[in-house]
Ligand binder design. Structure first.
Ligand SMILES: [Zn+2]
Length: 253
């Protein structure tokens, strides 16, 4: 019991009462937490800046296991507000999809710096327009799969160990297969040599270099779309924010 300090990103807020919110935060030290922000909805609230979706802040929570079982949010000092994301409907839709996936993967009370760092890097790239939206999405999906224990095996054929030739990927097995082994399977997605190397890079590179690779727009779009199906298959879950994102992208064209 007492005051706990950490840093974290707000991934969800829900109204709790007339004047208070329940806030989901992905923190550095305590994994995912739910905290109550009292008097949050008044304009005088000290928390108001920090409570915006995707804000990254130093936070102080009071660990009080009261009848609600929630932390109590005491203080938030914004480090990076990622305001550009909230001002752009398309970026917001991408970030909301990332947040839903992160919320479903992160565990209450279990710190996971890799998840936090990936989420921060992707929000930073969205906010600053560092690379294409589809590249950020492709990286996010394949990397979060790897962090969560579903790293795709794309260096050798999962059937015979062959390393050369044409390969196809099985989203349910998380493995690729050479043309001979693939002929005994159905529903595989083709994967070029370049794409296999890109997926290996995204899975294994240190986190600050996560966007530092070259791939053509067509390959990126393909990996982004395949990545959607891969995490849905591996996490056995569909994401409402992904359908919303597709609507928003459709409207944009
Ligand atoms: Zn094979």
């Amino acid at each position: 019991m007492g005051l706990l300090k950490t840093t974290g990103i707000v991934t969800k807020t829900t109204k709790f009462s007339e004047n208070s919110l329940i806030v989901t935060i992905i923190t550095k030290d305590f994994g995912k937490i739910s905290a109550i922000a009292q008097n949050a909805r008044t304009s005088k609230s000290r928390l108001i800046m920090g409570l915006q979706l995707f804000s990254y802040s130093e936070i102080v929570v009071y660990e009080s296991r009261t009848k609600t079982g929630l932390f109590k949010l005491n203080e938030m000092n914004v480090i990076e507000s990622f305001g550009n994301i909230r001002n752009d409907l398309t970026s917001l839709a991408y970030a909301s999809y990332f947040a839903e996936v992160v919320n479903s993967v992160a565990v209450e009370g279990v710190a996971d710096e890799d998840i936090l760092s990936l989420f921060l890097n992707c929000l930073f790239a969205l906010d600053k327009g560092l690379c294409s939206l589809e590249k950020i999405k492709a990286v996010f999906q394949w990397r979060i799969a790897s962090i969560s224990g579903y790293e795709p095996m794309v260096d050798v054929c999962g059937g015979c160990g062959n390393t050369d030739g044409e390969f196809s990927f099985d989203i349910f097995e998380g493995e690729c297969f050479c043309s001979e082994c693939a002929s005994e399977r159905t529903g595989l997605a083709s994967l070029s040599d370049g794409m296999r190397k890109t997926l290996q890079y995204i899975s294994e590179v240190e986190s600050k270099k996560i966007f530092s690779f070259d791939a053509g727009e067509k390959a990126i779009n393909y990996l982004s779309s395949l990545g959607e199906k891969y995490i849905e298959a591996q996490f056995d879950k569909s994401f409402g924010t992904l359908s919303y994102l597709k609507k928003v992208i459709g409207l944009d064209k």
